[in-house]
Design a protein around this ligand. Structure first.
Ligand code: DUC
Ligand code: ZN
Ligand code: ZN
Length: 467
């Protein structure tokens, strides 16, 4: 036999072209692409289907410590299972540094949770919460050498916020070591001020999460992050951008020649601040940060996806159950400020982008592949091993039925969460087979291999990082 597997009869779609071809796979890699191939132990008929690089979700949270009373709803097994059913073959979760500890300790603990338990490949970003001299001077350069080439920093949250001096320190260490910095851009002091004011006025329901972090909070922090990056002369990625004003900051920076990258997420396309209304605590199901905005901001996010302002479209999957160990944490009844921030979405990211983007005619198939897979691989140093249909690339492939209509329902999702914020959304276009390095992981609603076959992916430096 020439190949282990042939995928035959499908339409291949990459970030730049669409064409009819068969794919031959040997030892987990793509070894041939031609109009017709034969000679394989197994042939997968993809007639009538789109054949695309497996989705890469470069922004997910799995098994992340979330405070003493709150538990994240997904561990690596359930989160990557949901990812695979959603058409993804690689996810990038965040490894959180505990204050007072080093980055190596955090990575050792996180690997212990992930290794052997994943249904997709994984690669970690490291959250720097305590930028000590050792972290900046030793840990970050050493980790970049070992393939951990991206860092996330926060401009808000009691346990995570870095002040401007600290942000500059991390950015400078990234500049000299070649790490790529992702920034959560919301201002700590402005959120605290508004939160306290809302609480004094008795405005404590989940709905007030939105007013506690309005657009100006995100816009100001985006501008400040860009200014700090400009001072240090280092490219950065602004993650989970939610609104027009922040997008304009990014566009202005780029027009000045700065290398500022950007990400948005499904919640900023199909949810709004009104979703946080709801009876009693129902609004908590939509509490995430930055919060969903209004329809004009949705339009601006679409424009950014269309015109290239956004490099990547990620889920920001950050799941908490609608129970007392999650969204209904008893303190959350007292104030929105205690409601855990984040919503699930790793399984629904691609169907939402496909339906709202491709089916509705906002973006073409090639842009879909760029936003859902290829640009993630390029941005974070995995291309062309990942995110490509090329001879030599990993055979990470999703077969897509562009005509299959499904309604998003919690009952058939595979995540560990007990609800979906996208419940009831009818979409056309759904992944029907996910293959990881040549092995079928999911087919329709069936898990093809119960043994988690995911591996850790060490990465090269981002092409955007200071070289
Ligand atoms: N930031 C994230 O990236 N995810 C969830 C919550 C948050 O603040
Ligand atoms: Zn964030
Ligand atoms: Zn996140």
């Amino acid at each position: 036999m020439t190949f282990d597997t042939i995928i035959s009869g499908g339409t291949l779609v990459t970030d730049t072209k669409s064409f009819r071809a068969d794919i031959g796979i040997t030892d987990g890699r793509i070894t041939a692409i031609a109009e017709t191939l034969d000679g394989a132990a197994q042939t997968i008929d993809a007639t009538g289907k789109l054949v695309m690089p497996g989705g890469i979700d470069s922004h997910v949270h799995l098994a992340q410590p979330s405070g003493p009373e709150v538990v994240m709803a997904d561990d690596f097994a359930s989160g990557t299972l949901a990812a695979a059913f959603g058409g993804n073959t690689t996810v990038m979760p965040f490894c959180l540094q505990e204050k007072g500890k080093g980055l190596r300790e955090a990575l050792t603990a996180y690997h212990a949770l992930a290794d052997g338990n994943c249904h997709t490949d994984v690669s970690f970003h490291v959250i720097v919460s305590d930028p000590s001299a050792g972290v900046l001077g030793q840990d970050i350069p050493a980790l970049v050498e070992d393939g951990y080439t991206s860092i996330k920093v926060f401009m808000t949250y009691d346990d995570l916020v870095l002040n401007d001096r600290e942000l500059l320190g991390v950015m400078d260490a990234a500049r000299s070591s070649g790490a790529f910095v992702m920034v959560h851009a919301e201002g700590y002091d402005t959120i605290r001020f508004l939160t306290e004011k809302l609480e004094r006025a008795g405005k404590t329901a989940p709905y007030y999460h939105g007013p506690s972090r309005p657009v100006a909070v995100e816009r100001e922090a985006t501008h400040r992050a860009i200014s700090l990056a400009e001072i240090v002369e280092v490219p950065i990625m602004i993650v989970h951008v939610s609104n027009r004003a922040a997008i304009e900051e990014i566009e202005r920076a780029r027009a000045r020649g700065l290398n500022i990258r950007a990400e948005t997420c499904p919640q900023y396309l199909v949810l709004t601040e009104d979703d946080m209304q709801g009876d009693a605590m129902e609004g908590a199901k939509f509490v995430c940060s930055p919060p969903p905005r209004g329809t004009d901001d949705q339009e601006a996010c679409w424009q950014g996806l269309i015109d290239g302002t956004f490099d990547v479209f990620s889920s920001d999957h950050c799941p908490f159950r609608y129970t007392e160990e999650g969204k209904l944490t008893p303190k959350g009844e007292k104030s929105f400020r205690y409601v855990p921030n984040g919503i699930p979405g790793v399984e629904t990211r691609l169907p939402i982008l496909f339906f709202e983007g491709v089916t509705k005619g906002r973006i073409d198939l090639n842009r879909f592949v760029a936003l859902s897979s290829t640009n993630h691989a390029k941005t974070y140093g995995m291309y062309p091993q990942k995110g490509a249909l090329e001879v030599g690339s990993d055979a990470d492939i999703v077969l897509w039925d562009a005509d299959l209509t499904r309604t998003i329902r919690q009952e058939y999702l595979h995540h560990g969460c007990d609800y979906s914020p996208f419940e009831g959304l009818e979409v056309t276009g759904w992944p029907v087979l996910t293959m990881l390095r040549g092995q079928v992981v999911t087919q329709g609603d069936t898990l093809a291999s119960a043994t988690p076959g995911g591996a850790y992916v060490p990465r090269a430096r981002s092409p955007h990082a200071a070289q």
